[in-house]
Design a protein around this ligand. Structure first.
Ligand code: PLP
Length: 380
């Protein structure tokens, strides 16, 4: 079997975990948590970082920290993994879904601008209100889908112009860059995931980064049950038990030491596929904005024969998966406002297929994937 994207645990993971177990420091206290957070903040060039149990909780807390709450609206792209929308729902807010760009598969910023100027208005106390629902627009959650990125200069401009705080869901984009700056380092908060299929993993885990140390301290406080006294059980607000444990942070530190190698390998895999699948059938690839260096986390091709190719490859034990289902097609988000011109999300979803791209994939396996895809098109 050739898996889609599996963990690569060939560094010091076992050594660091053994250290946790021998020392007894397996839970939320212990040196690996702060070591992991500090090196992570260094990697993306931010002041500080707070680790969490997963990427979803990182997003949830970030939204709460910028004041998103009951009856608010948050702008986000219609194609992403469901966690982005769920995090918004946890705060009591609701997503406003914006269609994507046909080439980059990222939120269409022209549509976003059009929505803001046509569908929203300012109240006297300077809140931005969605005219139809009378609800407040509280934030923009930009998602770097499949490691691509929007034009970050433009989204920052929109965020400033409309006074909407920007949260980045960089769960799929650790290592991607815009103009040399890391995905996740542009917004008030950047959020990452270390789920098993991501470019680096802790089994499960997440991270919030920011330059706003006051807000980040608040985030650290609220993810550790808002405890204020190290000795007595005094908590000053409703907190969450969202802190990453030392054992997992130990894995994270070992993974981070290999992250640049992982990024290089993903880049090599993407180059191989782009070279070898370029003129095969009607295959096309995700495109990138100028100034974007993607991390090529999950290599995804587009073809009108997606459903048949999916079945063909999986039957050969070459694991492939369709692209994320648009949020507007999920029952719990189908009633949300979906702002689009001609529903590009649905086309991209219908035609896109992710193919094997683990960092430990071999050259023979890469060749086998390409040969099988060529076979498929020779017989279609
Ligand atoms: C993986 C992912 C998340 C959620 O991360 P978890 O660690 O699984 O909670 C959020 N957003 C996007 C875009 C993702 O791909």
């Amino acid at each position: 079997m050739i898996p889609l994207s599996v963990p690569n645990l060939n560094g010091k993971e076992a050594e660091y975990v053994e250290d946790c177990i021998r020392s007894g420091w397996v839970s939320t206290a212990g040196k690996y948590v702060s070591l992991f957070e500090d090196s992570f903040a260094d990697f993306v060039k931010k002041k500080d970082a707070v680790s969490t149990v997963n990427g979803t909780s990182a997003l949830h807390i970030s939204l709460e920290m910028i004041g998103v709450g009951l009856n608010d609206l948050v702008l986000m792209p219609n194609i992403t993994f469901v966690a982005s929308a769920n995090a918004i729902s946890y705060t009591g807010a609701e997503p406003i879904l914006i269609d994507i760009d046909r080439d980059t598969w990222q939120m269409d910023l022209k549509l976003l601008r059009e929505f803001l100027s046509k569908e929203c208005s300012r109240t006297k106390n300077n809140n931005l209100i969605h005219k139809k629902t009378k609800k407040r627009i509280a934030a923009i959650m930009i998602v770097h889908v499949q490691g691509g990125m929007v034009n970050m200069e433009e989204i920052l401009k929109i965020s400033l112009e409309y006074n909407l705080p920007l949260v980045e869901d960089a769960a799929e984009a650790l290592g991607s860059k815009f103009d040399g700056k890391s995905a996740g380092s542009f917004g008030v908060f950047g959020c990452y995931s270390f789920n098993g299929n991501k470019i680096m993993t802790t089994g499960g885990g997440g991270m919030i980064v920011s330059n706003n140390e006051e807000l980040l301290d608040k985030a650290r406080h609220i993810v550790t049950t808002a405890k204020t006294d190290p000795l007595r059980y005094f908590h000053d607000e409703v907190g969450y038990n969202y802190r990453l444990v030392n054992v997992l942070a130990a894995i994270g530190l070992a993974q981070l030491e290999q992250l640049q190698d992982f990024i290089n390998k993903k880049d090599m895999i993407a180059s191989f596929y782009m070279k070898n699948l370029k003129n095969v059938g009607d295959i096309t690839f995700q495109k990138y904005e100028d100034k974007v260096t993607p991390n090529h986390w999950l290599f995804t091709i587009k073809t009108s024969h997606m459903e048949d190719l999916l079945k063909f490859l999986n039957d050969k034990n070459i694991i492939s998966r369709p692209f994320w289902m648009p949020m507007s097609e999920l029952p719990m988000y189908s009633k949300c406002t979906y702002y689009n011109f001609d529903d590009i999300c649905s086309d991209i979803h219908k035609d896109s297929l992710s193919i094997p791209c683990s960092t430990n994939i071999s050259q023979e396996e890469l060749e086998e994937v390409c040969c099988s895809i060529k076979d498929f098109f020779d017989n279609t």
